[in-house]
Design a binder for this molecule. Structure first.
Ligand code: 4AD
Ligand code: MG
Length: 481
């Protein structure tokens, strides 16, 4: 007999049929009621065991975490909160789980404890829900771009380029670390390395993506990116997934329109397709909120927050306007942000970004036209800016509770200006000859952005630590599994 997913059983339109379900025992009550979960939905199906006719030996083996197969009749349930249950006629233990040793007991575990058990935490309700939402969101990402005719491009993981110029790369080598070959100058001789040169893991697929946009028009990447930045925060991972669309002939305004439309689409898609999981996560958050002092509690529930983002335009604000707002604001009654930025040109810290989004505008914000010297080399220099106050057509999207979720820009399409910029920053033109070719042959205005996928999943699930929205997090000092 073929088994049926619990989700399909719970959505069944007919009862009194013989069904087979397979899954893992969440709880076993009164020697009679198994709450069975198979991962297809947050909901368990209750399996009622005929304990009088089941050997004592078998009953003992129905423990939390054990895998079982049950055959029985699907009937309407008299119990509260469930539509159907299975009256079990045949039960088979597929894999035992030692109740004394199984770490995922049916009780509330701390997120720290669960992080140490990343291979098992997915068996909890919360992590099952988060990982299903993550999967649906990644499908929505592809659906959005594919429906619009964007071409999906797989940019390389191993590359010689440092797209962001921040020097935060993991190096890749096949050289023997205990016997590194040296060149005449006494430096490591990367000519003898696998690729005949020095390489690293990609920090962004943008530069390669641009070469494809300049042929295919509209492209997007969606892949893993790596940053060896030593930021041990709840918003940074060393390995994270990024979505990077790049569109020929788009300018900065088009780029903002695309980013806003895209983010609203995928959030709506999750709301439409992850109802049960999001409701569960919302309930979890409400519980958590109760333990906080009234003043610190969120004004909106998770679903209200998600709907708010769909119903309200993102506020578009230039860097210069933002600095003026920050300079005049008093975030905690006494202290102004004066230690910041009396001077125009400073980079914004995450506390400033969060102030703008959470306290001042109270909605997602797109900050644009940043000072040129705090942004990457490839961004389009604005025309007619004051000397000493040059800005680039950059945009960052800031989200409540998250901070920066998107970074993007219109690109510098003028060969001469780009070369000048690279020279000023000491970026190797030979190494990036292929990138410069996009400007030498048929250059055009184009723009794109990168969305940090885990930051999106954080927002949609209402979780607060980025380690909890990726299956196996990599952070400084931690790469288990
Ligand atoms: O702002 P970033 O560095 O921009 C780029 O990499 C551009 N090349 C993107 C482009 O224009 N195609 O990174 C983009 C986004 C950030 O806004 C953030 O959401 C996410 O990637 N991000 C991280 N997410 C998790 N952990 C980290 N260490 C991250 N660094 C950036
Ligand atoms: Mg950024």
């Amino acid at each position: 007999m073929k088994h049926t997913k619990v989700k399909d059983l719970l959505n069944s339109t007919t009862t009194l049929q013989e069904v087979n379900a397979k899954g893992w025992v969440r709880t076993f009550r009164n020697n009679q009621f198994i709450a069975l979960n198979d991962g297809s939905t947050i909901n368990n199906i209750q399996c009622v065991v005929d304990f009088e006719n089941t050997p004592e030996e078998t009953l003992k083996r129905i423990t939390t975490g054990a895998s079982v197969s049950v055959i029985g009749t699907l009937v309407e349930s008299k119990g509260a909160g469930q539509k159907y249950e299975i009256q079990v006629s045949k039960l088979e233990i597929l894999g035992d789980s030692d109740a004394e040793k199984f770490p995922m007991q049916p009780k509330k575990h701390s997120l720290e404890f669960l992080r140490e058990n990343a291979h098992l935490r997915v068996r909890t309700n919360a992590f099952g829900a988060i990982m299903r939402v993550r999967s649906v969101l990644s499908y929505a990402v592809h659906k959005y771009f594919q429906d619009k005719g964007f071409v999906y491009v797989n940019t390389p993981i191993i590359t010689g380029a440092d797209a962001e110029g921040a020097g935060e790369m993991f190096q890749v080598t096949s050289l023997p670390l205990d016997n590194l070959p040296k060149n005449e100058e006494g430096n490591i001789d990367f000519k003898q390395d696998f690729f005949g040169k020095h390489t690293n893991l990609t920090v962004s697929g943008q530069l390669e993506g641009e070469t494809f946009a300049m042929a295919l028009g509209q492209i997007y990447t969606f892949g893993p990116t790596f940053r060896a930045e030593n930021s041990n925060t709840s918003r940074h991972l060393a390995e994270f997934w990024m979505i990077e669309p790049e569109v020929a002939f788009n300018d900065l305004d088009d780029n903002m329109d695309l980013a806003e439309d895209f983010i609203q689409y995928v959030i709506k898609y999750a709301l439409d397709n992850c109802g049960d999981d999001l409701k569960f996560l919302e309930g979890r958050l409400l519980e958590e909120e109760k333990s906080k002092p009234q003043a610190d509690r969120s004004e909106m529930s998770l679903l209200e927050k998600l709907n708010f983002v769909l119903e309200n335009n993102f506020k578009r604000v230039s860097y210069t306007e933002a600095i003026d707002i920050l300079r005049d604001s008093t975030p905690n009654k006494k202290k102004k942000f004066s230690y910041l930025i009396n001077e125009w040109g400073a980079d914004l810290q995450s506390e400033h970004e969060r102030y703008l989004v959470e306290k001042h505008f109270k909605c997602p914000v797109i900050l644009y036209d940043y000072p040129a010297n705090i942004k990457a080399f490839y961004m389009r220099l604005n025309d007619n800016t004051e000397p000493g106050r040059e800005t680039v057509r950059a945009m960052d999207i800031l989200f409540p509770g998250i901070g920066e979720i998107v970074g993007g820009s219109e690109r510098e399409e003028r060969y001469d200006v780009l070369v000048q910029k690279m020279e000023a920053l000491g970026i190797d033109k030979e190494e990036l000859y292929w990138y410069l070719d996009t400007r030498r042959f048929g250059s055009a205005t184009h723009a794109g952005f990168g969305l940090g996928f885990e930051r999106l999943v954080l927002f949609v699930t209402g979780m607060t630590n980025i380690r909890d929205v990726i299956p196996f997090p990599r952070t400084p000092g931690s790469a288990e599994f």
